[in-house]
Design a protein around this ligand. Structure first.
Ligand code: SAM
Ligand code: DTB
Ligand code: SF4
Length: 328
């Protein structure tokens, strides 16, 4: 591995930088395939690595809602926009544990706790650590998404038993500044490095349907796939347009383009779980089946995402039954 500040002599030249696994142009080529060819190829890759009829289910809970300092243009929880969302304090540990028990009883295997923070303060982190310990003790996989981490915080989460940290790259580097100005893509990558170094599984993906072009969607996928170790879990969110946010009128991506994004994620990250994430409430069952066909093998499960609705467990049970899908 090249270390920062290493000195190389002529006899021992600097190693050529590793070629990215996927160039943006190569990912663009995937997007440009005829739809049937793309979905077929994604399904083939999927079958090489996964049971095509098994879908992982994570339940989300917003443990601290609204009042966030950041300006992410899609988000209902930014304090900068009037979205009508009521701000809430960090939840009590016991309340979180009750919600996790209910999610487990409904068949979720992972519980993901999200906080509307730029990053956690040390005192806040202590409360989250207690949540992680207690949810883990229920026999569930644990995931948190708390924003940017400072040195040492990832290790504390690992020690508490955290399995996954969610931190999305959200979009391509060149589009990032049009959506978010209060932190950078590099900030996000730095936090992901800390998560990896602590030995926590990485959950990182993005949002499409924000008015970005196909090249930006390909850029996001390439950025994720080219990580030294791609994320174990890759959530692909379709924008839920929130009134009052700068992106309230974005939406309306061609549904086939969403499926193409899932397929591109599957082909470029063959061993990762690809999660059909936000936006399912607005999708037909047929659209969701296409996403599973294109290699999605994980969903958010339960009637609420963080602040917006998601299909209820009953609707999903019927969908799984109709498609012969098995929950894992
Ligand atoms: N504050 C933390 C952060 O930004 O990482 C954690 C919570 S944040 C809400 C988690 C992710 O949810 C974002 O990175 C974004 O990908 C997704 N998200 C938020 N609002 C969304 C929306 N309206 N539609 C689709 N995805 C959204
Ligand atoms: C992710 O990629 N999507 C989830 C989770 N990680 C934290 C959040 C989706 C939020 C959708 C809008 C809302 O409910 O506020
Ligand atoms: Fe805050 Fe996260 Fe929403 Fe951005 S996405 S405004 S960091 S809660």
């Amino acid at each position: 591995m090249t270390t920062i500040g290493a000195v190389y002599s002529l006899e021992d030249p600097a190693p050529a930088p590793a070629r990215p696994k996927w160039s943006v142009a190569e990912v663009m080529k995937l997007f440009e395939l005829p739809f049937m060819d793309l979905v077929f190829r994604a399904q083939q890759v999927h079958r090489e690595h996964f049971d095509p009829n098994a879908v992982q289910r994570s339940t989300l809970l917003s443990i601290k809602t609204g009042g966030c300092s950041e300006d992410c243009g899609y988000c209902s929880q930014s304090a900068r926009y009037s979205t009508g969302l009521e701000r809430e304090q960090l939840m009590a540990v016991a309340e979180v544990v009750e919600k996790a028990k209910a999610a487990k009883a409904k068949g979720a295997s992972r519980f993901c706790m999200g906080a509307a923070w730029r990053g956690p303060k040390d005192k806040e982190l202590q409360t989250v650590l207690a949540m992680v310990r207690e949810v883990k003790a229920l026999g569930m996989e644990t995931c948190v998404t708390l924003g940017m981490l400072k040195d040492g915080q990832a290790q504390q989460l690992k020690d508490a038993g955290l399995d996954y940290y969610n931190h999305n790259l959200d979009t391509a580097p060149e589009f990032y500044g049009q959506v978010i100005t209060t932190h950078t893509m590099q900030d996000r990558l730095d936090t992901l490095d800390k998560v990896r170094a602590a030995g926590i599984n990485v959950c990182s993906g993005g949002i499409v349907g924000m008015g970005e072009g196909r090249r930006a969607r390909a850029g996001l996928i390439a950025q994720l796939a080219n990580m030294a170790q791609p994320p174990e879990s890759v959530p692909i969110n379709n924008l839920v347009a929130i009134p009052g946010t700068p992106l309230e009128d974005a939406g309306n991506l061609d549904p086939f383009e969403f499926v193409r994004t899932i397929a591109a994620a599957r082909i470029t990250m063959p061993t990762s779980f690809v999660r059909l994430s936000a936006g399912r409430e607005q999708m037909s069952d047929e659209m969701q089946a296409l996403c599973f066909m294109a290699g999605a093998n994980s969903i958010f499960y339960g009637e609420c995402l963080l602040t917006t609705p998601n299909p209820g467990a009953d609707r999903d049970e019927v969908l799984f039954e109709r498609l012969g899908l098995r929950a894992i």
